[in-house]
Design a protein. Structure first.
Lengths: 310, 264
């Protein structure tokens, strides 16, 4: 697939000396959903803001749809729709006016049919005559997405799209993002809800302290770094781990009713069958087995942890 | 060269100018009643106080009825403050509410941004100026010596003070800073700049000191378009407006080049 965004050696330092980005390289492919993960202050929003034109880069370059963000800013910005993290809206404007305004601002011809389609897709059509201040937070977020889509961008940036949004609305948002992808729009979202990335992203990038420490296909990442946890539900509780099981480093949970064993799915020998055989040898009976894949969250935490340790 | 690139983005984004211009006029329309009533009421009050109470003892300045004499000064005074307030709020509010993210991420150049915001604010100033001019007719007979020059002068004043307001709006980091310049600088300079008297009425050294106040040249020039004469030559007045336009454009150009208080 062709790249729609190319970031090379991007740096950002502030007058205070703080380095928000320390030489980031990244290629975003057209049509993918890319999730940028990282703790607060890692540089996610800084990077997005530079690409969109809200913050000036200190060094490096970015091209969007073949246009340099500085020299060809009209071309690059025309290709981008931005939904920022904070809900910045004009309180007294009506929904339909603010969305129509955005389309004009991006230099597109008036198109009532298209605006209607966006508003209907985002369940905003019934609210089109409402003023922004009359809308709930979730609805405001939708209007901001409508504004970002109003000029038919090829890339949509969603900075923390579900921050402060209730569970139901978050599900709606995921569904919406899935639908947007069907239209061929490239989506880049930042989040610190790992489940969000896990649910939607094709690829995941992890940024920490201004450095992109990892970019990987989500499934490959899960496979590569994924650990599984085997839970053995015991027939009779154990008071302590028998010394014979020391090599597996098992732990007891639920007052000795459960035994947990963490293994690497990629290892040549996972140790699962040998553990179960040994349990049989020791006469420890069990009534159930359960394995669980570790989540992106665990992966993320361990990555950031490694960084700190290094 | 065609005006459009393949993505349909015009090289000059006149649609963005129109969108911002309409947005700003819409903002003014929301407060239309107060926006129009305030100049009418203040003008009437000035006529009652200056024209009626004081004017009856002064009768004439330079052969012009006092009530008529103050009309250009009144229009200028309101246009100075209106221009600065409208233009500064226009750009300060998006900064304050955060909606400026959209402008900064849009394919809009500095020149287009200025044309849109300053154009909208100047439009409102012109409307206010015309309303005051019309209201004045209720109180006094005015014959404008150079109507075209008067309209042109009003437009130049509106544009230069809106540019100044735009700079103020970008510079300001609080509502207080936004108010401080028009109230503590422009207002006194206007009063001392001959809005209600001819500087020839002043004794020395005040007359010479007053000549350092740029507002004197602006009011005098506008008065010239009404009565064919002013405190200083019309050439000086035009020079001062040209100077103010040049300085404001220079400052704004620098602000956009460096991203001053707009971009981190």
């Amino acid at each position: 697939m062709a790249s729609i965004i190319t970031v090379s050696g991007l740096t950002k330092s502030y007058a205070s000396g703080f380095q928000a980005l320390k030489g980031v390289d990244l290629e975003i492919e057209e049509g993918e959903i890319f999730a940028l993960l990282g703790p607060n202050g890692a540089g996610k929003t800084t990077m997005i803001s530079i690409i969109c034109g809200n913050v000036r880069p200190t060094g490096g370059s970015v091209t969007v749809a073949g246009h340099d963000i500085i020299r060809g800013y009209r071309g690059s910005r025309s290709a981008i729709g931005l939904v920022p993290q904070e809900l910045h809206t004009d309180a007294f404007e009506r929904v339909i006016d603010t969305v129509t305004f955005s389309r004009g601002l991006f230099g597109k011809t008036h198109n009532d049919a298209y605006i209607e389609k966006i508003l209907r897709d985002l369940s905003l059509w019934d609210k089109r005559h409402n003023k922004m201040l009359e809308l709930s937070g979730g609805m405001k977020r939708r209007v901001m997405i409508a504004k970002a889509l109003s000029h038919e961008p090829r890339v949509l940036f969603l900075d923390e799209p579900t921050a402060g949004v209730d569970v139901e609305l978050r599900r709606d948002m995921w569904k919406l993002i899935g639908e947007l992808r069907q239209t061929g729009v490239t989506i880049i979202l930042t989040t610190h809800y790992i489940e969000e990335a896990e649910e939607m992203a094709d690829r995941v990038g992890v940024i920490n302290k201004g450095e992109l420490i990892l970019v990987e296909e989500k499934t490959a990442l899960m496979k590569k770094l994924g650990k599984k946890t085997l839970t053995v539900v015991l027939a009779d509780p154990l008071a302590a781990v028998p010394p014979e099981l020391a090599q597996w480093q098992v732990t007891l949970k639920a007052d000795g009713h459960e035994m947990e064993y963490v293994f690497d799915t990629q290892a040549e020998r996972t140790g699962v069958s040998s553990l179960l055989r040994r349990l049989g040898d020791l006469g420890i009976a069990y009534k159930d087995l359960n394995t669980e894949q570790s989540s992106l969250e665990d992966i993320f935490v361990s990555l950031v942890h490694q960084e700190k340790a290094a | 060269m065609s005006g459009f690139n393949p993505q349909g983005v015009s090289r000059f984004n006149y649609r963005a100018i129109w969108a911002i211009y309409r947005f700003e006029l819409h903002r003014f329309a929301r407060t239309l009643l107060t926006g129009l009533l305030v100049p009418v009421i203040t003008t009437s009050l000035y006529f009652v106080v200056f024209g009626g109470a004081i004017g009856s003892r002064m009768t004439q300045i330079d052969g012009i009825a006092y009530a008529a004499f103050i009309v250009p000064g009144l229009i200028m005074m309101s246009m100075f403050t209106e221009s600065i307030f409208n233009a500064s709020f226009g750009i300060y509010m998006p900064k304050f509410s955060g909606t400026i993210y959209e402008l900064l991420s849009a394919p809009v150049s500095a020149v287009e941004t200025i044309i849109a915001y300053v154009g909208a604010a100047a439009t409102k100033s012109m409307i206010v100026g015309i309303i005051i001019f019309a209201t004045a007719h209720l109180f006094v007979d005015i014959h404008v010596a150079h109507p075209l020059a008067m309209a042109g002068f009003m437009m130049l004043i509106a544009i230069s003070f809106c540019l100044f307001g735009f700079i103020l709006g970008i510079w300001a980091q609080s509502f207080e800073q936004l108010q401080v310049i028009p109230l503590l600088l422009i207002m006194p300079m206007t009063f001392l700049g001959g809005a209600f008297y001819s500087i020839h009425m002043l004794a020395e050294p005040w007359r010479t000191i007053t000549l350092f106040n740029p507002i004197v040249y602006l009011i005098s020039g506008f008065r010239w378009t009404f009565f064919g004469r002013g405190d200083v030559g019309i050439g000086f007045s035009l020079l001062f407006i040209a100077g103010m336009l040049a300085v404001c454009l220079g400052v704004i150009g620098w602000m956009f080049r460096t991203g001053y208080r707009l971009k981190k």
